[in-house]
Design a protein around this ligand. Sequence first.
Ligand code: NAD
Ligand code: UD1
Length: 342
Amino acid sequence: MSGKKNILVTGGAGYIGSHTVVELIAKGYEPVIVDNFSNAQPIMLSRTEQVAGKSIICEKGDCTDAAFLRQIFRKYTIEGVIHFAAFKAVNESVDKPLEYYHNNIEGLICLLGVMREFNISQLVFSSSCTVYGTPVGTRTVSESTPVGTPNSPYGWTKWMCEQIIRDTVTAFPEFKAVMLRYFNPVGAHESGLIGEWPQGTPNNILPYITQTAAGRLEQLTVFGDDYDTPDGTCIRDFIHVTDIADAHIKALEYLDTNNGLAIFNLGTGKGTSILELIRAFEQVSGKPLSWKFGPRRAGDVTEICADVELARSELKWEARRTVADAVRDSWNWEQKRIADGL
Ligand code: NAD
Ligand code: UD1
């Protein structure tokens, strides 16, 4: 393990943040969560403590509030930052672009400014494969594939945040950053105590599947049956959230011994079609799923998978869990939530 101790985890009460906090604690780090709870259920924090077997420091506040961040950096000796805090709903960002640009971009700029004031120079940033836009000529993208045209204001915030971090690393040689481009994070902690808890009707496929099977939703619509793929449905690189969480520990370790900026794709390298995902769910749950085909969803990419070679060789990380593991853990989380009346 590295010598680092206190790691500021912005957005640490959210879906990926909570799983990462569990892994940080397991590796001996002391995470300090900052979250404004705009998209986190307070119960997630106590559940995260239950999984981690330890109480967790959590300060409620906003990353766009420099005075608040200064207070945090004064109170704790922070040695590195993992920045998850952002709005992330693709559809919502189309209707609320200003809120998205303000929260995601101003939040990053404010955080970077306060990190500079306090001489904290190690950042791990949550990016997304959305920065590749629609890949041209290939369906497997590597970090050297040029970034493209994101299909939503949300996607543009990630694209712009990446550029802001790139420019910051260039301007200040002591500043180092790892930007992690997540493909499609799915799954839940194996305990079933924490997982993804979308507000309202989910937009993402796996929560839609589990909520349909649980009877919370009537039927899944598969968007499009005529894509240029073997079964006509889109293909995605689904990656277990615990594997994503592990990659953040590797990123902190990487920053201990490397300078400058590094970018890594986080995926499995293997694509799964939407019909394959439904079949995997039916197999794991033993339940037939109610679904139908509908028209294509605007903005969907036919197929995108991660080239994971760089993460394997440089970050010393690779996904260990399968899509079936993710489906099993998501289903377990959904069922436990229902059993707990949540
Ligand atoms: P999430 O919404 O569950 O977690 C984000 C957390 O940040 C929430 O707890 C929210 O309350 C908090 N937050 C938002 N704005 C804040 C602010 N200004 N100040 C303080 N707290 C704030 O989302 P997630 O799925 O865990 O995603 C984490 C990060 O990963 C985000 O940056 C997201 O864009 C990125 N990402 C997610 C996915 C995905 O599919 N989940 C894919 C690619 C990238
Ligand atoms: C989207 C975003 C991505 C973001 C991620 C997590 C786009 C193009 N990409 O990924 O930037 O990081 O969400 O928030 O918006 N599907 C159905 N029926 C449904 C829901 C989804 O068939 O009810 C299909 C979609 O058409 C798509 C696949 O499932 O082919 C995956 O969709 P989704 O889970 O929303 O993720 P992405 O669109 O890949």
